[in-house]
Design a protein around this ligand. Structure first.
Ligand code: 3SL
Length: 244
């Protein structure tokens, strides 16, 4: 297994695809996706464009769908929910399809949607992603961060590092054997430095600061919890994720 870390959708190569793409948006899209599927949502359909989301969701009965929209950290008008994972409770999401658009995470999903396998990871379900990779052993794995509007997001790279480090430790693999690009080594170093204080790192992060200004302190704490959910979102057809 060779790992490649790509910090943002924009830095992700366009002329090739991996055997398995792992899309990461710790703050907060892939945390929300894991939380919603764990809580009993039927599926998550991701859109980068709000108009396409509104159109596609019209075909579903209102009682079977939820529209979740976020731009700039805030809920999009006309949607049922924003992107705070804490709002995706069993009471609200059970048996519903979630139609979701976010600033960056859904764009990252779109970027690798044609890969043979696409899964999503965040700190909250990091171990589930590691278990899947250790079991399936895809030859090439891209850990794709969502970033923020084309820029780097430190929390996504730290999560990529958490996955890479767990693969090394639990798969008895050597760093040399799994490293596909320099970013993998950097991600492991970053996670190793902050793994005991991820919340503090999130509070320093650009997007963490943005969320704090919006009053989302509890979201940061929740998003920093490691492997509390044993759920793996996997793409069953382009743009549609279900629980494995
Ligand atoms: O950009 C995204 O995909 C979102 O996760 C951003 S936010 O955390 O909802 O603000």
């Amino acid at each position: 297994m060779k790992l490649f870390v790509h910090h943002t959708p924009e830095l992700t190569p366009v002329e090739q695809l991996p055997d398995c793409a792992v899309v990461i948006d710790v703050l907060r899209a892939t945390t929300t996706i894991a939380t919603a599927l764990d809580a009993g949502a039927d599926s998550v359909q991701a859109f980068s464009d709000i108009n396409r989301l509104m159109q596609a969701s019209e075909a579903w009965l209102p009682e079977k769908r939820l529209r979740a929209g976020e731009r700039g950290g805030e809920k999009v008008e006309g949607c049922d929910l924003g992107n705070s994972p804490l709002n995706f409770t069993a009471e609200i999401v059970t048996n519903k399809r979630l139609f979701m658009t976010t600033t960056n995470g859904t764009r990252a999903l779109e970027r690798v949607a044609q890969s043979p396998t696409v899964i999503t990871a965040a700190q909250v379900n990091c171990q589930a992603a590691v278990n899947y990779l250790l079991e399936k052993k895809p030859a090439t794995v891209w850990l794709v961060g969502s970033g923020w509007q084309g820029g780097y997001a430190i929390e996504d790279t730290a999560c990529a590092g958490a996955i890479a480090l767990s693969l090394l430790e639990q798969g008895s693999l050597s760093l040399e054997a799994i490293t596909g690009n320099d970013e993998v080594v950097g991600a492991i170093a970053l996670y190793s430095q902050w793994k005991n204080n991820l919340v503090e790192m999130f509070r320093l992060a650009d997007h963490g600061q943005r969320l704090l200004r919006l009053g989302c302190n509890d979201d940061l704490k929740y998003c920093a919890e490691t492997s509390i959910l044993d759920v793996l979102p996997i793409q069953k057809e382009p743009g549609i994720l279900v629980k494995l």
